[in-house]
Design a protein around this ligand. Structure first.
Ligand SMILES: [Zn+2]
Length: 236
């Protein structure tokens, strides 16, 4: 049982985490097939359009609106998008692969009943854990908190902290939040010097739509957006 979680909160968190893992895996395999020579013929036209539209509307939003490209309508099959943006799609694909491998590892190593507060920690507004949390933040993650958790896995990947706001979100939005936080804990976004916290721009923030491609590739909400769009889930 998660420490400090009510049974309803525990169930919501398990479902959101489970769905986040499934959607990450689906996105990973879809993009892998899309970009890998030799696999491309297995991607149906409908899937290709869905992938390109999801890429366009998340990572390439700024490019899309500031270049000669127009939104794909499915009539073009000459792989122009892949030819021109393949290098950056490859980076996105590698990051999805890391998220997927991490998720797979968790799933294999730990059955549902084994999940506990080492992965997700419920924090309360009155708690000291929430020292640096302001109203708009509903979840956060910390790379290393040896005074709280000392096992190796926690040090490696960090934990995800959830407060009351998380449990008021829609089911799809909760999935997006967990994907966002996994980008911090698994991909180290926001934890390295090259990707400072200042790049942790949220979907509703000014600047989200004008992010350059190189910024978008290391932005947690962009991955959450892409994965949810691909799965045709609502973003909020
Ligand atoms: Zn963040």
């Amino acid at each position: 049982m998660f420490a400090n979680f009510s049974s309803t909160e525990y169930r919501q968190t398990r479902i959101a985490y489970r769905n986040a893992i499934v959607l990450i895996r689906q996105a990973h395999y879809a993009l892998h097939d899309y970009i890998t020579i030799g696999r491309q013929s297995t991607v149906s036209t409908g899937d290709r359009i869905r992938i390109e539209n999801a890429l366009f509307n998340s990572f390439y939003y700024f490019e899309r609106n500031n270049s000669s490209y127009t939104r794909r309508n499915g009539t073009n099959s000459n792989n122009r998008f892949l030819r021109d943006y393949g290098y950056s799609i490859d980076s996105i694909s590698r990051n999805l692969n890391q998220l997927n491998r991490h998720a797979t590892h968790y799933e294999v190593q730990r059955s549902w009943s084994d999940m506990d507060g080492d992965d997700f920690i419920r924090v309360y507004e009155s708690s000291n854990d929430l020292n640096n949390v302001v109203n708009r933040i509903i979840a956060y993650s910390v790379r290393s908190r040896p005074h709280v958790h000392t096992d190796q896995r926690s040090r490696e990947h960090g934990n995800i902290y959830l407060n009351s706001g998380f449990f008021t979100l829609s089911a799809d939005h909760q999935i997006g939040v967990i994907i966002h936080e996994m980008c911090h804990t698994v991909l180290r976004f926001g934890f390295s010097r090259t990707t400072p916290n200042s790049n942790d721009t949220y979907m509703q923030d000014n600047g989200y739509d004008t992010m350059t491609l190189s910024q978008a590739i290391v932005n947690p909400d962009k991955y959450a957006q892409f994965i949810l769009l691909l799965a045709e889930r609502s973003l909020l």
